[in-house]
Design a protein around this ligand. Structure first.
Ligand code: TMP
Length: 227
């Protein structure tokens, strides 16, 4: 028996005096470097800014990191639930900062769960793949997230999987299970899918440019909404 369900997804907007900026991208896209640069540039302008990340440094975040390094095997659905549990705690911290009027730069946020979580569940986001199935898996992940506030800006640093893998192998210090090329390619297609579905939510930045060029572009986009 099939039950047709029709629903509209509405992201939770916040009205706090601060702003939430999320940085997204595949592993090796330069997100962490850019998040830290952005924090420094905003601070230099006298804007109160904090850096946060997912997974967090809390207990659940630590458990996630152990799973990511392959130390533990985990079922993909419950793995993304762990990220969601970590995010509940992260959000409390974020809201505290936003209430104080701070700019919060979050290195990953709920958007990561879709390309990563769906890839883990066998979705490869290729054109040949049944769109209804992609929708089912992605919306089931996303349905968890209407409880989280949406970022004011989500910047997606676009870098090809090949380029990202080259960067990762040059600085390989903490290898995680997503390092493999085919997975990275699928995750990148997952982000492209998200951008097509939610064009207003994600701002694409060419992450293949030099660190300075990317920082400049990101800073310009963010500083506009801070005044
Ligand atoms: P990072 O240190 O590069 O940000 O790594 C975090 C890893 O966790 C990365 O491989 C993406 C993955 N991830 C998920 O699978 N789901 C999520 O919701 C988040 C935030 C991250």
């Amino acid at each position: 028996m099939k039950y047709p369900i029709d629903f509209e997804l509405e992201f939770q907007r916040h009205n706090y005096p601060g702003k939430l900026i999320a940085l997204e991208g595949i592993d090796g896209s330069g997100k962490t470097t850019q998040a830290l640069e952005l924090v420094e540039s905003l601070k230099k302008e006298g804007i109160k800014t904090v850096y946060t990340k997912e997974p967090t440094d809390g207990e659940i975040g630590k458990m996630i990191r152990r799973i990511l390094t392959g130390e533990k095997n985990f079922e993909p659905v419950s793995f993304q639930y762990l990220f969601a549990a970590d995010r509940v705690e992260h959000q409390e911290e974020i809201i505290g900062f936003l209430k104080k009027g701070k700019i919060v730069v979050s290195d990953r946020y709920f958007w990561s769960s879709i390309p990563y979580g769906a890839t883990d569940r066998g979705i490869d986001f290729k054109k040949s793949q049944d769109e209804a199935n992609i929708l089912l898996v992605c919306y089931s992940i996303l349905s968890l997230y209407h409880q989280f506030i949406a970022p004011d800006i989500t910047a997606y640093l676009e870098v090809s999987a090949d380029a990202a893998l080259k960067r990762l192998s040059a600085i390989r210090h903490n290898v995680d299970i997503y390092d493999k090329l085919e997975k990275l390619k699928s995750i990148a297609r997952g982000y492209e899918w998200l951008i097509r579905k939610f064009p207003r939510e994600l701002t694409v930045i060419d992450g293949s440019k030099s660190i300075d060029k990317v920082s400049e572009e990101l800073f310009e986009k963010v500083v506009k909404i801070t005044s």
